[in-house]
Write a protein that binds this ligand. Structure first.
Ligand code: PMP
Length: 401
């Protein structure tokens, strides 16, 4: 029967990393995958994570038992407090629940599986145009019809608020809307607070369900509370909602697969019902989640000293990325590269949606060994003081061709 199985195309991002690794050119640059690198271009193990690991490994009582189906309770509590705020009314009213997941992807997946089973049959899922490619994979995989809402104006590379509101308005009532909590991937364009308020108004009027995806808390503004603003605002506005939280980027724990699906319900009874079904879904898919990364995150979130150190580590990452934005913009301006480049510094988070065209991206890859996705998205974390001038020169030459 295997003969009937068609060959699936390779994953774009992971394929790009493989091509980069196979490239033997000394000055090659990987601006594809959204993974933080230090100024030497190396993966960065956060010092606070090293400290948490040291404490974990020196604990003589550390064992490798199964965790509860919904995950480590202190992780769930810490994750909820991180995204909703310590003073969250929803937390005080005991109507927040959640489940630990296989990083942010798993949180999206668990949320999608839950909605496929319990949300109104036939409901559409709306994703931004463009968005993280896996949103479509996950929600189509869960059986949903997936439509797009307008998000970014391709000529100005700024938010197309009118287009977005029009899309949300014309979608069937009660659609599920995937919203990036902050640091939108791939555009780096986030709504302002006033724009979020308009989005919330339409979501309320149309009774849409907000499903926030939060993979970059701390990477947008460098302030975890500010980056949680939109989610907290929707909670204050009385929405029931999901938040898929990833700790891959903000803890540098990419491979440990630590995430949480946090759920805000209208009351504690509903939260309990939802939680029971999330547990049932987790039991049949992963049985119970992995412990190591979750122990690290949980320890850091619940220890005030480690927490302060983590915020500091986060600022190290977000400010280096911001510096690289400025360096790249300044270099392009200095070279007189045709076009405008201020959007590189205005966009936030890990990525810049450069506006480079697919043929230009191909020139960068083929002639300069610089790897980025065909849509012109650049992972700013791949830039450093040793390669930014080279990248700017290559962009300059690609744009002039
Ligand atoms: N959502 C978005 C928007 C992302 O960019 C990512 C990471 N690329 C994720 C979710 C999930 O990543 P992970 O599963 O590694 O936490």
């Amino acid at each position: 029967f295997f003969a009937t199985v068609p060959l699936a195309p390779p994953d774009v991002i992971f394929n790009l990393t493989a091509s980069y690794k196979a490239d033997t050119f000394a000055k090659k640059v990987n601006l594809g995958v959204g993974a933080y690198r230090d100024d030497q271009g190396r993966p960065w193990v956060l010092p606070v994570v090293q400290e948490a690991k040291r404490r974990l490994l020196s604990d003589p009582n550390l064992d490798h038992e199964y965790q509860p189906i919904a995950g480590i309770p202190t992780l769930l509590a810490g994750a909820a407090k991180l995204i909703l705020g310590a003073d969250s009314v929803a937390l005080q009213e005991n109507r927040v629940t959640g489940a630990q997941t296989i990083s942010g992807t798993g949180a999206n997946y668990l949320g999608a599986s839950f909605l496929a089973r319990f949300y109104r049959p036939g409901a559409q899922v709306l994703i931004s145009r463009p968005t993280w490619a896996n949103h479509r994979n996950i929600f189509v995989g869960a059986g949903f019809e997936v439509q797009e809402y307008a998000y970014v104006n391709p000529s100005t590379l700024t938010l197309d608020l009118d287009g977005m509101l029009a899309s949300l308005n014309s979608a069937p009532e009660g659609s599920i809307v995937i919203l990036h909590a902050c640091a939108h991937n791939p555009t780096g364009v986030d709504p302002t607070e006033a724009e979020w308020a308009r989005i919330a108004d339409v979501m309320r009027a149309k009774r849409h369900f907000p499903f926030f995806d939060c993979a970059y808390q701390g990477f947008a503004t460098g302030d975890v509370d500010q980056d949680a603003w939109a989610v907290r605002f929707f909670v204050q506005r009385g929405f029931e909602l999901f938040v898929a939280q990833s700790f891959a980027k903000n803890f540098g724990l990419y491979g440990e697969r630590c995430g949480v699906l946090t759920v805000v319900a209208h009351n504690a009874t509903l939260a309990k019902q939802v939680r029971s079904q999330l547990e049932k879904l987790s039991r049949s898919s992963i049985s119970n989640p992995p412990a190591f990364g979750a122990r690290i995150v949980s320890m850091v979130l619940s220890d005030p000293k480690l927490y302060a150190e983590w915020l500091d580590n986060l600022r190290t990452m977000s400010s280096r990325i911001r510096e690289m934005r400025e360096c790249l913009r300044d270099e392009l301006v200095r070279l007189g590269t045709p076009g405008t480049w201020d959007h590189i510094v205005h966009q936030i988070g890990m990525f810049s949606f450069t506006g480079l065209t697919t043929p230009q991206v191909k020139v960068l890859r083929d002639s300069y060994h610089i790897y980025m996705t065909d849509n012109g998205r650049m992972s700013m974390a791949g830039l450093n003081s040793g390669n930014v001038a080279y990248v700017a020169r290559a962009i300059d030459e690609a744009v002039r061709q």
